[in-house]
Design a protein around this ligand. Structure first.
Ligand SMILES: Nc1ncnc2c1ncn2[C@@H]1O[C@H](COP(=O)(O)OP(=O)(O)OP(=O)(O)O)[C@@H](O)[C@H]1O
Ligand SMILES: [Mg+2]
Length: 345
C-alpha cells in the first residue's frame, strides 16, 4: 500500500493508493502542489475529491495558511455571494456588521469550491471575474480587494454535458480546469479495495481501542466483489459499522455484513434498488447475463426485491411480508433459500 504521507506522526490524512490509477492521481496532486494553478477535481460521490484537494493544499507552499471549503450547492445566490465575497453592514437584512468572505479569510491559503457545477449562471459570471482579476468586492460595497488564494474546485457532475446544455459557462470551465484531476470510481480500480479495507479496519480498531478485528476470507471476497456505488465513503461506512458492532478479536463472517452486501453473495454485483422502485429491469442488472438461466435470473430478481423491502422496513418480517402480500412463513422460506435474514419481532 502506498500512502501519500510517509510520516506516521503527522496528522495529515492518509490516501490509500495501491492502484496505478490512484498513483497517477497522487502524481497529479504532487505536481499541482508544486504550482499555484487552479485545479478541477472530478469524480463520483465518495471517490475522495475533498481528500485530494486537502492533500494538494498540505503539500503546497500554502500549507501554513487556511484550507476553506465551501459547498456551492448548499446556498442561495445571495448567501453564496456573501459567503465567498463577504458583505458590508446594511447590504441586506441581517447584515449588521461588515464581514469578510472566504476569499479574504483564506488569504495565503486554499479555497475549495465544492460542487461548482451547482453554481447559478449569475454566480458563474461573478466567479469568472474573480478568477480573472483576483479581485473581490464585498456585497453592498464598491471597493475592490486583492485576494491571495489558490482555488481548487470539485464536481461530481459532468461539466462538459452541462456546458452542452448551456448550464455551465465554458469560459469558467477553462479558467478552473488549469490542472485537471479525474478520480476514477472504485469499481474501476479494484486493486484499491483490499488496502482500503485494511486501512479502515486498522483505523476504526484504533479509534475504538480494539487490537484486532479481521474479515473471514468469504466475507472479504464479498467486499472485494461489491460494486461500491458510494465508492470509498461507502467502504469506510461499512467497515466503521462492522468494527463498532464487533467485539475485539472477532473474525467477521459474511452474515455480519450489511444487507446490501449480503444480498449479492451468490451473484455478481448489482446496483441497490432505490426505495420503492420497481425491481431492476434487465438492462439495469449490470454485468453480462447472456448465459444465465431463467431460474438464475428469477432468483436474482427475487433476492433484490426482498432485500429492498427488508431495507425499507428495517428488517421487519411482518411488514415486509405484508407489503409483498405473502405470508410470513413464505417469506421465511425465501429468506432461508437465499441465505438472508430479517429481524424477528
Ligand atoms: N484513497 C483514499 N484513501 C483513504 N481514504 C479515502 C480515500 N478516498 C476517500 N477516502 C475517504 O472517504 C471519504 C469520502 O471522501 P471525500 O469526502 O474526499 O469524497 P468526495 O469525492 O468529496 O465525495 P462527495 O462528492 O460525496 O463530496 C472520506 O472519509 C475520505 O477520507
Ligand atoms: Mg466532497
Amino acid at each position: 500500500m502506498l500512502v501519500s504521507d510517509p510520516s506516521p506522526t503527522s496528522r495529515r490524512p492518509v490516501i490509500v493508493a495501491a492502484s496505478a490509477a490512484m498513483q497517477r492521481i497522487l502524481d497529479i496532486a504532487r505536481r499541482a502542489a508544486a504550482s499555484d494553478a487552479t485545479v478541477l477535481i472530478q469524480g463520483e460521490t465518495g471517490t475522495g475529491k475533498e481528500l485530494v484537494a486537502r492533500t494538494i493544499h498540505d503539500q503546497s507552499e500554502r500549507s501554513g495558511g487556511p484550507f476553506v471549503a465551501v459547498n456551492c450547492g448548499a446556498y442561495t445566490d445571495s448567501l453564496l455571494a456573501s459567503e465567498l465575497f463577504g458583505h458590508v453592514r446594511g447590504a441586506f437584512t441581517g447584515a449588521v456588521t461588515d464581514r469578510a468572505g472566504v476569499f479574504e479569510t483564506a488569504s495565503r491559503g486554499t479555497v475549495f469550491l465544492d460542487e461548482i457545477g451547482e453554481m447559478s449562471p449569475t454566480m458563474q459570471v461573478k466567479m469568472l471575474r474573480v478568477m480573472q482579476e483576483r479581485l473581490v468586492i464585498r456585497v453592498g460595497s464598491s471597493k475592490e480587494t486583492h485576494i491571495d488564494v489558490r482555488v481548487i474546485a470539485a464536481t461530481n457532475t459532468d461539466l462538459v454535458e452541462k456546458i452542452r446544455r448551456q448550464e455551465f459557462r465554458e469560459d469558467l470551465y477553462y479558467r478552473v480546469k488549469v490542472v485537471s484531476c479525474v478520480i476514477p470510481p472504485l469499481r474501476d480500480r479494484p486493486d484499491d479495495i483490499d488496502p482500503l479495507i485494511d486501512h479502515f479496519l486498522a483505523h476504526f480498531c484504533a479509534l475504538i481501542g480494539h487490537r484486532d478485528v479481521t474479515l473471514a476470507p468469504a466475507a472479504r471476497k464479498i467486499l472485494q466483489r461489491h460494486a461500491w456505488p458510494g465508492n470509498v465513503r461507502q467502504i469506510r461506512g461499512e467497515i466503521e459499522q462492522l468494527v463498532s458492532m464487533a467485539a475485539d478479536g472477532t473474525v467477521l463472517a459474511p452474515n455480519d455484513l450489511s444487507l446490501e452486501l449480503r444480498g449479492e453473495t451468490a451473484m455478481s454485483p448489482m446496483p441497490a434498488a432505490p426505495q420503492g422502485s420497481a425491481p431492476p429491469a434487465a438492462a439495469s442488472i449490470g454485468t453480462d447475463r447472456s448465459d444465465a438461466t431463467y431460474q438464475a435470473l428469477l432468483d436474482e430478481w427475487t433476492r433484490a426485491v426482498i432485500e429492498e423491502r427488508l431495507t425499507r422496513f428495517a428488517g421487519n418480517i411482518t411488514r415486509t411480508a405484508q407489503s409483498l402480500a405473502i405470508s410470513r412463513s413464505t417469506l421465511y422460506a425465501l429468506l432461508k433459500k437465499y441465505g438472508m435474514h430479517g429481524l424477528d419481532e
